[in-house]
Write a protein that binds this ligand. Structure first.
Ligand code: ARG
Length: 269
């Protein structure tokens, strides 16, 4: 009898072991400590400093630190892959990747195809020009050659100003190429997200570029994490984002990258 009990105890133990091993492959990840975590594939276009860029072969940036903190909160490991801007949208739509993060503006057009997390960053387009340029506002872009990253809200904003098929709008696969075009004299201006052009002008003083803002011409935009429609991850990540807003992790990461305090209340509104 004693022997039988011992045997059933061992059997019970191994059942528990097998069950818990199966548990790790559940889609919901589960955050109870010690369990092996599910790895999500995250795609990005790492040519958009300071949000995502390559540094000594590594993808770094505010977005990287932010999504790592959020994923930790939600109980996931991440594999972040630099696929380029257009493939971010393809891979998320086709569910080749689980999440897109790339300073992606949440807008109605994209919402038809994707689900977005709650907003995590406030942005607006601004104009990058050489020092001494006569471009002082968005209206001054008329008649000028403007470089943009293809498929961005910057492209849309410039098309709204200059007309959709205007050949003075030069479109590039990534924003660094657009800035290179400006530096080489092939364009008079670049229109892109304010933080990106501001950081670029500040960190590359030899290029002698300045940033022009025009709050009347360019709308406020919010970045979100991008998921396939109906992805169960949205709810989990929204909860985790709100957690990192509330527990100070977001403010800590923000301060590390931007040196100032974020306006979290504005994001939550
Ligand atoms: N926020 C803009 C948009 O969503 C530009 C983002 C570009 N991001 C990037 N990693 N290249 O259209």
């Amino acid at each position: 009898m004693k022997k039988f009990r011992k045997l059933s105890f061992i059997m019970l133990l191994s059942m528990v072991f097998i069950l818990s091993a199966c548990g790790t492959s559940q889609v919901d990840g589960g955050k109870s400590g010690g369990e092996e975590k599910k790895t999500l594939k995250v795609v990005t276009d790492a040519a958009y400093a300071p949000f995502e860029y390559m540094d000594k072969g590594e993808i770094v940036g505010f977005d990287v630190d932010f999504i790592e903190a959020v994923a930790k909160e939600a109980g996931y490991e991440l594999e972040i892959v630099n696929v380029g801007w257009d493939p971010v949208f393809v891979e998320v739509k086709d569910k080749i990747a689980d999440v897109g993060i790339s300073a992606i503006t949440i807008n109605d057009d994209r919402k038809q195809t994707y689900d977005f997390s709650v907003p995590y960053f406030l942005s607006t387009n601004k104009i990058l020009v050489p020092e001494g340029s006569d471009i002082k506002s968005a209206a001054d872009l008329k008649g000028k050659v403007v470089a943009v990253q293809n498929g961005t809200t910057g492209q849309e904003a410039v098309e709204a100003l200059l007309g959709k098929n205007n050949k003075d709008i030069k479109k590039f696969e990534n924003n660094n190429l657009a800035i290179m075009e400006l530096n080489s004299g092939g364009a008079d201006a670049v229109v892109a997200d304010n933080t990106v052009v501001e950081e670029y002008a500040k960190n590359n003083p030899n290029d002698k570029l300045v940033v022009v803002e025009d709050a009347n011409a360019f709308e406020s935009e919010y970045y979100g994490l991008m998921f396939a429609k109906e992805s169960p991850l949205k709810a989990e990540f929204d909860a985790a984002i709100n957690k990192v807003f509330e527990n100070g992790t977001y403010a800590k990461i923000y301060k590390e990258w931007f040196g100032s305090e974020p306006d979290v209340e504005n994001l939550k509104a």
